[in-house]
Design a protein around this ligand. Structure first.
Ligand SMILES: *[C@@H]1O[C@H](CO)[C@@H](O)[C@H](O)[C@H]1NC(C)=O
Ligand SMILES: *[C@@H]1O[C@H](CO)[C@@H](O)[C@H](O)[C@H]1NC(C)=O
Ligand SMILES: *[C@@H]1O[C@H](CO)[C@@H](O)[C@H](O)[C@H]1NC(C)=O
Ligand SMILES: *[C@@H]1O[C@H](CO)[C@@H](O)[C@H](O)[C@H]1NC(C)=O
Ligand SMILES: *[C@@H]1O[C@H](CO)[C@@H](O)[C@H](O)[C@H]1NC(C)=O
Ligand SMILES: *[C@@H]1O[C@H](CO)[C@@H](O)[C@H](O)[C@H]1NC(C)=O
Ligand SMILES: *[C@@H]1O[C@H](CO)[C@@H](O)[C@H](O)[C@H]1NC(C)=O
Ligand SMILES: *[C@@H]1O[C@H](CO)[C@@H](O)[C@H](O)[C@H]1NC(C)=O
Ligand SMILES: *[C@@H]1O[C@H](CO)[C@@H](O)[C@H](O)[C@H]1NC(C)=O
Ligand SMILES: *[C@@H]1O[C@H](CO)[C@@H](O)[C@H](O)[C@H]1NC(C)=O
Ligand SMILES: *[C@@H]1O[C@H](CO)[C@@H](O)[C@H](O)[C@H]1NC(C)=O
Ligand SMILES: *[C@@H]1O[C@H](CO)[C@@H](O)[C@H](O)[C@H]1NC(C)=O
Length: 643
């Protein structure tokens, strides 16, 4: 009763699907996407539309392999089919539903990876022998006895190989070098269900890539056997190449000797007679496929003799800036090398090649005694030598631009001369100095030194022309600036001005006094305190002469500085012409009254005048001098000038 009810419900539900007696729906194939070989995996082939009461067969196929994998009878309550996985299950699987007299239907394609754990990895050296010369191709293959979906990694000396071309289980290195030598291991691995790895490492295979021998160098050195006999030791040496290397020594076409070296070099001893040509030798090196030949060298050892310096650039004495080129020539000698000495010191800065020494831009530092030393040199060892006699090279300094100045000389009471001095800071003497008055040559002189003095007539107060010095010690002539020759004698009036500095308590702490004459091109200034000549520097003052304009006296105001000051100006060439300024009494009190006096002047110059005159009259005879002074201040106001 209950069962029949169920069938009714089911029948109602599926009525549309079972509508046609002659129609099969498409089956749905599902199952794992990967499976281990020899293990059981469940697949499901579900069919929803099918005719009733008819026997339906489900068949499994591997589409790729056109192989039938199994066959099951369709049961309505479930379509799950366990399968024992084999290799031929790998690929695109389909399920086909078949029923008599009805067209069969094919399911979706389901891809299955059949995983077999990798086993028994081993390296197959497909390119051939494990030892070979650089440049060949190395091809390795990682084979394994079992395993599907395998990935590979290659190790060289324990390090992952990354540079080489790798595809599938192959490793390919096209142009091998010795860096590709070492122990190779391949690692094969596969995975299942994303977590479980299977691994197989091969045993190591040692590959040796040998360097081909490079072109050998040939050199020889002299060996003294006894006082009369010498041998040549000929060395053949290759920079590159995996030993053993066989070296052969040839005298033109004739094999002189051969030797297989454990190293990359070999030395042969051959007889040697000094001064005689012992043949032309060549080394040949071979460590495998190719033979490399050295250059040819003649074996002839002739001791060097008769070294002499040839000054190829010309004279031994010349001006700075020129090029000096020396050559070390010798009459005899083979395999000669050279050294140059300047004043006994090895020359290192200059350009030296073969037997030449070249100094492009000489300076006077390149002057001195040159010697060349010639050696027979074999394999960096010097044997016989010859030294040249010395050659003295003089590099002269060019004269520099001269300075011009003049002083005045008093010949007698009416006649004067200008002493014009020309002086260059640099330049090898002798130097010829010429004095020009515009275009006219006034005088010339060749000096042993770098300076010269010319006497030219002078009339005081008259412009005697513009003069220039020219200096020459060889190639070029250097010109000084022009100076006018005009001497104005000192003339009065001589004025004294001063500035003062106020200290913290508003009193005058220091004073700067200026002394100026109205005219005079060569003035000599002198300062006096209480008629005593002041030196240029004292305990409380200092003097700064700034001829011709002025002279400055700087005072620090105190008890020592109190007194009467004046200055005197004379011609420096004639002291009889002295003119002096007025005398000024200066002390602390006088100086600090200045601001009050300034105020007085501001309020009324006239009133102040009367006041001071009154004071003068009152004080009269006793303080005559001081009174006069104060009057002077009033007259001059704020600048403190003493007219
Ligand atoms: C069955 O297949 C044949 C040819 O493949 C076709 O002619 C026929 O119409 C199909 N029958 C049905 C019921 O689809
Ligand atoms: C290794 O595998 C390759 C194919 O990848 C095959 O050609 C070769 O013969 C195999 N070598 C050995 C030693 O089995
Ligand atoms: C190596 O040589 C082969 C053929 O000689 C070439 O196909 C390949 O690209 C080369 N590989 C490299 C990395 O040069
Ligand atoms: C795959 O791995 C998951 C866990 O990572 C596990 O639950 C599952 O059973 C595994 N499937 C098979 C087929 O081993
Ligand atoms: C040349 O010199 C090198 C080192 O300076 C030395 O090793 C080599 O033995 C020398 N050759 C000869 C032939 O003396
Ligand atoms: C050295 O030379 C001799 C002949 O002089 C020859 O027989 C021998 O094979 C040579 N050895 C080598 C390593 O070349
Ligand atoms: C080769 O050179 C090495 C080092 O330069 C030296 O020690 C060795 O003696 C040389 N061998 C020969 C045969 O000259
Ligand atoms: C090379 O050959 C010449 C003659 O051809 C001979 O005089 C000389 O001694 C030879 N030198 C050596 C080192 O064998
Ligand atoms: C010195 O040698 C050079 C070649 O280096 C030559 O040009 C010059 O003429 C030689 N000088 C003398 C004086 O022999
Ligand atoms: C010197 O001058 C020559 C050509 O005038 C030049 O080739 C050379 O490089 C110069 N040498 C130096 C050290 O300046
Ligand atoms: C000096 O000047 C005279 C002409 O006044 C001239 O003959 C002479 O060569 C000059 N001397 C020098 C060193 O320039
Ligand atoms: C310079 O030349 C002028 C005239 O051109 C002349 O009056 C003067 O005396 C000359 N001075 C000297 C120092 O020769």
């Amino acid at each position: 009763m209950f069962a029949s009810l169920l069938w009714v419900i089911l029948g109602l539900c599926y009525c549309s699907k079972e509508s046609s007696q002659s129609h099969l729906g498409y089956p749905q194939l599902s199952g794992p996407s990967e499976a281990l070989v020899k293990k059981v995996a469940d697949f499901k082939c579900d069919l929803q539309i099918y005719p009733k009461n008819i026997s339906i067969t489900l068949e499994f196929y591997n589409e790729d392999k056109h192989k039938k994998l199994g066959e099951y009878t369709f049961a309505e309550d479930g379509a799950s089919f366990p399968m024992v996985i084999e290799h031929n299950h790998d690929g695109n699987l389909v399920c086909v539903a078949k029923a008599p007299n009805i067209n069969a239907t094919v399911s979706n394609v389901h891809y299955l990876k059949v995983i077999e754990p990798v086993k028994g990895a081993v390296i197959d050296v497909r390119s051939g022998p494990v030892e070979f010369f650089e440049g060949k191709t190395l091809e390795l293959s990682c084979n394994h006895t079992a395993g599907t979906y395998v990935s590979y990694k290659w190790l060289l000396n324990g390090q992952l190989v990354s540079q080489a071309l790798q595809y599938h289980n192959r490793l390919l290195i096209n142009r091998t070098t010795s860096k590709d030598s070492g122990s190779y291991i391949c690692m094969a691995f596969n995975e299942f269900n994303k977590t479980k790895f299977f691994n197989a490492s091969s045993t190591e295979v040692v590959i040796t890539v040998k360097d081909l021998v490079s072109r050998p160098d040939i050199s020889f050195t002299v060996l003294k056997e006894d006082s009369h006999n010498y041998s040549a030791m000929v060395t053949c040496e290759s920079a590159k190449g995996t030993p053993p290397v066989t070296f052969s020594l040839y005298n033109r076409t004739e094999l002189v000797a051969n030797m297989t070296a454990k190293d990359r070099n070999a030395t042969f001893k051959v007889p040697l007679v000094l001064g005689k040509h012992m043949g032309d030798l060549q080394c040949r090196a071979n460590n495998g496929d190719v033979t490399e030949h050295s250059k040819w060298i003649p074996i002839v050892v002739e001791p060097v003799k008769g070294a002499v310096i040839d000054v190829r650039s010309g004279p031994v004495e010349f001006f700075e800036g020129k090029t000096l080129e020396l050559s070390c020539n010798h009459t005899a000698g083979t395999y000669v090398s050279y050294k140059w000495l300047l004043n006994g010191q090895l020359v290192s800065q200059a350009l030296q090649y073969h037997n030449r020494l070249l100094i492009n831009r000489t300076t006077s530092k390149d002057s001195g005694s040159y010697i060349c030393m010639a050696f027979n040199e074999f394999n960096k060892t010097k044997f016989f030598n010859a030294s040249s006699s010395e050659v003295v090279i003089t590099v002269k300094d060019l004269v520099s631009r001269p300075d011009i100045s003049f002083t005045v000389l008093k010949e007698d009471s009416h006649n004067y001369s200008a002493m014009v001095t020309c002086e260059s800071a640099k330049g090898t003497p002798p130097v010829t100095f010429s004095l020009y008055n515009r275009t006219e040559l006034v005088a010339n002189m060749t000096a042993k030194d770098r300076n010269a003095t010319f006497k030219v007539p002078l009339v005081l107060g008259k412009h005697m022309g513009d003069l220039q010095c020219r200096a020459n010690n060889g190639d070029a002539t250097e010109h000084s600036k022009w100076i006018p020759i005009v001497v104005v004698p000192v003339e009065g009036p001589v004025m004294m001005d001063y500035d003062h500095d106020i200290g913290e308590s508003y009193d005058v702490v220091s004073l700067t006094i200026y002394c100026k004459a109205a005219k005079g091109s060569f003035p000599r200034y002198q300062w006096f305190l209480n008629k005593t000549l002041l030196d240029d520097r004292g305990s409380f003052y200092s003097v700064d002469h700034q001829p011709p304009q002025q002279s400055i006296l700087m005072l620090s105001v105190g008890w020592r500085s109190a007194g009467t000051y004046h200055c005197s100006v004379s011609d420096s060439f004639d002291h009889t012409t002295a003119r002096r300024s007025k005398r000024v009494y200066l002390d602390k009190h006088v100086l600090n009254r200045i601001p009050i006096l300034v105020a007085t002047v501001v309020f009324g110059c006239f009133t102040a005048m009367i006041l001071v005159v009154s004071v003068c009259c009152f004080l009269g005879v006793v303080f005559k001098r001081k009174a006069l002074w104060r009057e002077a201040y009033v007259g001059d106001g704020e600048h403190g000038r003493c007219p």
